[in-house]
Each structure stands twice: as C-alpha cells, then as structure tokens.
Design a protein around this ligand. Structure first.
Ligand code: KIV
Ligand code: ZN
Length: 530
C-alpha cells in the first residue's frame, strides 16, 4: 500500500445524511455520488444497507452507476451483526470495487450501557464479524466506535484481532468529537507501535466536530500514520457534523510542503497528497447544500460566501498589489470562478441538454422537458444564463421528483397599505387541482397559510432563507426551508426569479418529503382530508 498518499473516504451519503432534515431520495443520492466521483474521492460510503429498504436501494443504485472499474470504491456500513453484514454485501453486488464497513463500540461506557457486553465478548465479536464480512469480499473495514474514549490497551487488542481476521482498513472514530489534536496523534502513534500486525492494514480516522477540532485532529493523525480520512462535504453530519472534506483536503493541499515529510516525501514535492480534483470542491459543496437543505455559513472555511472576499481597505490594497499578500489559495483552485456564461434566449434544446450533461445532469426525458421550459422562461427574463443558473434549474427538477404535490399557481397581493393575500393552486398526487386563499403577516406567510389550507399537515417552520444564485437584480433566488413535524425535520429547496414562487415551491418540496416519509395509512388520512 502506498504510504505517501492520503485516501479520502467520503461519508456525506451515510454519516452526513444522519443530520436532521438532510434526508435525500435515491435520485438525489445518485446525483451527489456522481459528483463525488468527479471530485475524485477514493471511497464513497453510500449508506447503511440494513437501516431501511430505501438505504439499501440507494447503495445498490450508487454501486451500479458510480462503482465502475475506474470509479471509487463503494462502501456499505454494517453493525457487527450477521444480518447487517449480509445486507451490506448484497447491496454492493453491482460495484466493481465494494467494501463492507463493519463496526462495534469499544469504550467501557458503550459496553456497559449500550451493548451490555463484556470486553471479552466484544473482542470475540470483532474477530468473528470481520471474518464473516471477509467471506463476502476482500475489502473489509473495521471501526471501533467511541475509540477515543476506549482504554488504549484494549483498543490495541481489538484492532489486532480484527486485522488477524482480515480487516484491510482499521478505522479509529472520534464518535463524540471528544479528542484533541495532540492526544489523537498520540493515539494513532500508539496504534502503530502496539498493534503487532498493523502493517497489514491502513489506519483510517473518522471525526466529529463537537468542539470544533475535526480538521486539526485529522492533520495530527496524518502526521502520526493515518492514511485514510473519513469526512463529509460541508462538514454535515450528526450533531456538530463530521470533519469537513473540503477543509482537510485544502489544508493538505495548501500546506503540502509542511505535510510531505510526514508521509515520506521530500518537502519540495509538488505531487498532490490526495486524488481530489480541488476545482470540483465548490460545485460539490453547492450541490450538497441545495439537496440537503443544509446552508453553508458565509464565513465557513473554503466554501463560505466570504471565504475569498476582502473587505478591509488595507487587505484590498494588498490584494491589488499582489494577491499573495492576503491570499493563501486562489478562488480558482476550488472552482469558484468557473461560472461561465453559457446559454441565452436563442439556445436550443440540444445545447441545453448537452451543457447539463457536461455539468453532470443526465435528466430523463420528461424532467429534461420541464427543465427546458423553465430555462426558456428564465432566458426571457435574464439575458445571460450561467452554469450556476442551469444547476439551480436542474436541481429543482430533480428535487421535484418523485412528484407528489406540485405548485400550479401562486398569486399574491401585498404592499404597505394592504393585507398580504395569497391564492395558490396545487396539483395533488392523484392529479386533482385544489385552490385556496389566505391572508398573512407578509406575502410568504400568506402563501404558506394558503398551502396549509390545501395540505393539512400541522408543522412548525424552523428555518427560512433566501439567497441569490448569481449577482444582479435579475438573479435567480434560492429559497431553503426547514420544518419540523412530530420531532422530525424536513428540508425543501427551490429556485426561481420570483422569490415568492420559490418560497411556495420550497415549502411544497419539504411537505412532499414529509408526506413521502409517512406510513401509508397516515398518507391516506391526509389525502382524505385533502
Ligand atoms: O462516528 C462513528 O463512530 C461512526 C462509525 C459508524 C464509524 O460513524
Ligand atoms: Zn460518525
């Protein structure tokens, strides 16, 4: 195994999707997986096969479409339980290169309260379940959950047993985001020195960001021997999220001369430390944010809206004289300036289709037709259509399917001397058109109240945001919303030059996700109410 290269393992579709409201449908997962392949990740953890039929199906589809000979390894998560491992193996059948990732907790607190098992029992399970996974495929990853709160001597024993049973990667998760950089580095060093068969496996790390140390912990792990990093786009994931892929990759890229010697290279080597095509980072970040409804904070490292903006006069002066005065990396290096003006009013369907294809959207005929109508509509309002506009249109179409409720009409009257009033028409899943009207405190409130009169699902709106896709008064507005229903969070996203229409569509998108998650009997109750 090449100890000079850092393997990037992306868990956006598994751990990333575990954050509230980030649920993705199969088509959305597929779209993200294709983009992750373009980004150049080495491994895609596509889901937890035993968790639900939807997860199983999504892994299979990703394995089919992206798990090609030259594509990334496709990984499926499984508890150290036979049925889980069997499901993981089954879900990976279409992949040219598959990996089963099995895990069990090893900290005393998890053993006592969660697993109710002794250390000896867990040690045996680890060995047996890795051997069982190995009976399905060669590439087996084993994780010791809550490793950073596990007694190191016991951790070494479990890891030795797992490698002896055939684990090719051993993963050290900081499950609760508890460790600190020096401590984590020492743990990895301890593993290298005390696990007798460690030369037969790659050391991987998995981190959570509860005290904001995810990236720092990983960099220290690399210095001490970790060669696989498990991370998620935009750092999404459980609680405070996973270690952000774009941050750790760019840290290794920008400071490669510092890190080179730790992986056995000369400091001056210009060879990249990872296989990531950094120019795909911004696009991947936007796609994940749009589809999960998880907004990126403006000051977020690498992909935040302000990450390359210089506000103070002194900084601007320096940048004009020489970029290097205040910039450690180019916006181009993450693909931020790849926003070409590509199409206009006179562009035809073929040009539209082929540009979408180049951007990675291979829409089925019906979705393409609808997207093309939206494009024409936009081209009437806006002279030049950029790649980002096209992405917004295509994402919208993908999110709208599988179609349940659809917005057919939105009409609003508002102003400083009138009561905001909205009329909406929605098409139901059965194809009926229903119209209702309401007044509200503002135009969006009125629209949402009118929609609530049609789709009667009491919910709480917990987040509403509007952002523009490009600059200019004619820019497309993107609306992202999150709502809570019976303790669960659902997100919705939509783009339109009219932000009131986008607001209605985003709300209906979220309601569709909510509706899709309901059991059949509850859905029919809702339908009757409708
Ligand atoms: O955080 C964690 O421990 C995990 C494991 C399943 C790897 O996500
Ligand atoms: Zn995790």
């Amino acid at each position: 195994m090449n100890q000079e290269q850092i393997i990037i393992f992306d868990t956006t579709l598994r751990d990333g999707e575990q954050c509230p409201g980030a649920t993705l449908n199969v088509d959305e997962k597929l779209l993200i997986a294709k983009q992750l392949a373009r980004l150049g990740v080495d491994v895609i953890e596509a889901g937890f096969a035993y968790a639900s039929p939807g997860d199983f199906e999504a892994i299979k589809k990703v394995a089919e479409a992206v798990g090609t000979e030259n594509g990334p390894v496709i990984c499926s998560l499984a508890r150290a339980i036979k049925n889980d491992i069997k499901a993981a193996a089954e879900s990976l059948k279409p992949a040219a290169k598959g990996r089963i990732h099995t895990f069990i907790s090893t900290s005393d607190i998890h053993l006592e309260y969660q697993l109710k098992k002794t250390r000896a029992e867990v040690l045996d399970i680890a060995g047996e379940m890795v051997a069982y996974a190995k009976s399905f495929m060669d590439d087996v990853e084993f994780s010791t959950m809550d490793a950073t709160r596990t007694e190191p001597e016991y951790l070494y024993q479990v890891l030795t047993r797992a490698i002896a049973a055939g684990a090719t990667t051993i993963n050290i998760p900081d499950t609760v985001g508890y460790t600190t950089p020096t401590e984590f580095g020492e743990l990895i060093k301890g593993i290298k020195e005390n696990v007798s068969n460690i030369d037969k496996a790659i050391i991987s790390v998995h981190g959570h960001n509860d005290i904001g140390l995810g990236v720092a912990n990983f960099l220290e792990a690399v210095k001490n021997g970790a060669r696989q990093l498990e991370c998620a786009i935009n750092g999404i994931g459980e609680r405070a999220g996973n270690t952000a892929l774009e941050e750790v990759v760019m840290a290794l890229h920008v400071r490669r001369q510092y890190f080179n010697p730790f992986v056995g290279r000369s400091a001056q080597s210009e060879a990249p430390l990872t296989n990531i095509d950094t120019r795909q980072i911004y696009k991947t970040s936007r796609l994940v944010s749009n589809l999960t409804g998880m907004l990126v904070q403006p000051n977020k490292a690498i992909v935040g809206a302000n990450a390359f903006a210089h506000e103070s006069g002194i900084h601007q002066d320096g940048i004009l004289k020489n970029k290097l005065t205040y910039e450690i990396m180019d916006a181009e290096s993450i693909g931020l300036t790849d926003n070409q003006i590509v199409l206009g009013k006179h562009s035809g369907r073929n040009a539209f289709r082929s540009r979408l294809k180049e951007l990675g959207f291979d829409l089925p005929e019906d979705e393409l037709n609808k997207a093309f109508l939206k494009f024409k509509d936009l081209a009437d309002k806006k002279k030049e259509i950029s790649d980002w506009d096209l992405e917004a249109i295509a994402n919208d179409e993908i999110q709208a399917s599988p179609e349940m409720f659809r917005v057919e009409l939105v009409q609003v009257s508002c102003g400083d001397r009138s009561t905001p009033t909205a009329t909406v028409t929605l098409r139901t899943p059965e194809g009926k058109e229903l119209t209702d009207a309401a007044i509200g405190t503002g135009p969006v409130d009125a629209v949402y109240k009118a929609i609530n009169r049609v789709i009667n699902v009491p919910n709480e709106l917990i987040e509403f945001s509007v952002q523009s896709v490009t600059a200019g008064i004619d820019a497309i507005g993107e609306v992202t919303i999150r709502l809570r229903y019976e303790g669960r969070v659902f997100s919705g996203h939509a783009a339109n030059t009219d932000i009131i229409v986008a607001s209605a569509q985003a709300y209906v998108n979220a309601l569709n996700r909510l509706y899709g998650s309901l059991k059949q009997e509850k859905r029919s109750q809702m339908a009757q109410e409708v």
